[in-house]
Design a binder for this molecule. Structure first.
Ligand SMILES: [Zn+2]
Length: 354
């Protein structure tokens, strides 16, 4: 049994679009559902998983990734609900404190693993972060949590090679904007075909810029892709690149909107799909998982599946049998996937010898 550290920003409910008078899918009920479900499962028993309290991050931590002007502007938006630092982003009076609380949980989740207290950890936080760039925010994201953690691990703990893997259905465009020219941080984003989904960035052809060509990897999964496609991609690209890069830490941008019940996207991962990916990753690397998107009712269930996978449990039962078969029989999905995989391998060939 592996002991998994869990952190959670208790003040997240103060970041709520309803306080500004409108609804938004990224709202406090997301984490509330997760907390209630985890309580029901008894997973947070202190043996398998344990909740660790976290201190808020400092502005200095955030400035390792974001510009001072941007951070000041985010802070100024808390004074006026009509102001926003980006598209599809809202700011409430307490949002700045919530953001520092979330980032603090992320840094603590990193500390727990890098100091050996836990083999893996999961920061259950909101708002998400992977669309936020150094001076931009969009898609509910304001501070780039994984970026701030990677820079912290480098500067404070002296890590030299960090991998950031995005399994949210949306491309990790903000994270790639932070690290596209930095070969010390390998970024891999597995997301829905970018001609069909926001942020319409992160195409297969985008592989980073000098001196980090090949260190930003974008795999576009055709709509309807499911467990078999994800497994093939993991085995043929992610696993091989990670083996060659040999990260000292893997930061997982863990979005739950690639799930077959997600209404905002068109991917078909099931419980088994998530479980298999996490087991493969956690079997070889130390994982700090960060909650990104996901807006359906099974967020608690999927969080528990990821925690069980990190803890080394094996008795995971899927709730569907047909999704794998349906996707595998969907000739167009498989054909498009194979095309995308070949294209990506060709793009990466000079850098990773796949
Ligand atoms: Zn997403």
């Amino acid at each position: 049994m592996v002991h998994v550290g869990v952190t959670l920003n208790e003040n997240h409910y103060l970041h709520d679009s309803l306080l500004n008078g409108f609804p938004c899918p990224e709202n406090p009920s997301r984490l509330k559902k997760i907390q209630e479900y985890l309580k029901y499962t008894g997973l947070l028993d202190g043996v398998r998983c344990h909740i660790y309290n976290s201190e808020p991050a400092t502005v200095r931590d955030v400035l390792r990734v974001h510009t001072n002007e941007y951070v000041e502007f985010v802070k100024s938006c808390t004074k006026d609900p009509r102001l926003s630092p980006g598209k599809d982003v809202y700011i409430c009076p307490s949002s700045f404190d919530v953001l520092l609380g979330a980032t603090g949980c992320v840094l603590n989740a990193g500390d727990l693993v890098v100091t050996g207290k836990c083999k893996h950890s999961f920061a259950l936080i909101r708002p998400p972060g992977h669309h936020a760039g150094p001076d931009t925010s969009s898609g509910f994201c304001i501070f780039n949590n994984s970026g701030v953690l990677a820079r912290y691990l480098q500067e404070v703990h002296g890590l030299e090679r960090i991998a950031i893997i995005n399994i949210d259905a949306h491309a990790s465009d903000g994270t790639h904007a932070v690290f596209e020219a930095d070969p010390s941080v390998l970024c891999i984003s597995i997301h829905q075909d970018q001609s069909t989904l926001y942020p319409y960035k992160g195409f297969i052809r985008d592989i980073g810029v000098r001196p980090a060509l090949g260190y930003c990897i974008n795999m576009e999964m055709p709509p309807e892709s499911s467990n078999p496609e994800y497994n093939v991609f993991y085995d043929e690209v992610v696993d091989k690149v990670l083996e060659k890069f040999h990260p000292q830490m893997v930061i997982l941008e863990c979005g739950f909107d690639a799930y077959h019940k997600e209404a905002l996207t068109k991917l078909n991962l099931t419980i088994t799909g998530y479980y298999q990916l996490i087991v493969k990753l956690a079997g070889k690397w130390n994982i700090v998982s960060l909650l990104e998107g996901g807006y359906h009712d099974d967020l608690g269930l999927l969080t528990s599946v990821v925690l069980r996978a990190l803890a080394g449990e094996s008795n995971i039962k899927d709730d569907v049998d047909l999704i794998d078969l349906l996707a595998s029989r969907h000739a167009k999905t498989r054909k498009d996937f194979n095309n995308n995989l070949s294209l990506l391998k060709m793009r990466l060939e000079p850098y990773w010898d796949l």
